[in-house]
Write a protein of this length. Sequence first.
Length: 277
Amino acid sequence: MARKAKKLPSAKHAFVELSRRGPHDVLHGDLALVGLPGMVCTPREGTSLPAVVFGHGWLQPPRRYLNLMRHLASWGIVVVSPATQHGPLASHRLYAEDMRTALDIAVGVRLGDGKISVDEKKLGAAGHAMGGGCAVLATAEDPRIKAVATLAAAETHPSALEAAAKVTAPALHLAAAEDLLTPPVANAEPISRAWGGPVQLRTIKKATHLGFTEGAHWSQLLLHGKPEYNTQRITKGLLTAFFLRALANDRRGDLLLNENIKGSTIDQVNTHGKLAA
C-alpha cells in the first residue's frame, strides 16, 4: 500500500500555527508596580527570554492591544507597554524615552515572582501609529534593540523618517490599505524606503487605522476605523514570526516572512533585504 505523501511546510501552515495561541501560559500585570505606568505580559516562567516594548497609538490605552501582547507572551516573549503620553498633546520624544525605560525595567527586574528573566541581547520594539513612530525613534537611540515592527506607523516629531535612516536592525512595517489617518504613502512607505537595514513593508487589505486595536473606546468617535478581527489575526501571525526569528532565532515562521498570505501582500517597491534567509 502506497504511503501518503507528507505535506510540505508552507507559508499558509506557518501562518495558521503562529496566529494561534502559543504553548506558554500567560501572566499580565501593572508596570506601575515597578515604577512606570503601563502593562506587562509574560510567559508564566522562563529565563533569558526575548522582550518587546509596545507603543500605543495616539489617544489609545495599552489595554487596546492586550490580546496581541498576550499572544506574543504565549510564544515566549515578554511584552511591556508604557501607558504614558496618552493625551492629545503627547510628546513623541518623551514617549520614545519611556519605551526605552520600559525595556530597562524588563531587563533589570525579575518578573513573575522572580521566575522570569530577560536577555538584554534579545530586545525588540513595536507600536501602533504614534507608538510605531516612537518605536523607530527609540531604536535609533538604543543599540540594544535588535528588531522593530510597526502597525500603521505615523510620522513623529522628532522625525521617525529621519531616524529610520540611522537604524540597521531589521524591520517589519504593516500598513493598513484603507487608513485615512496615517495613509501608507505619507508614513509607512517613506519610513520603509529610508530604513538603514533589512526592511519589509506589507499592506493589509481592507484594514483601517483602528483595525489593529481591540474593544470599544471613545476615540472611535474621532479617529478612522474600528477593531477588525482579520487585521488583528494577520498582525499576530506576522509579528510572532518576525520576533521569534529576529530575537530567538526560531525559524518556524521563515516561509511566512518570505511570502504573501491571504489578506496581506509584500510591497516589493518599499522592501529591501531579507528578514529570513
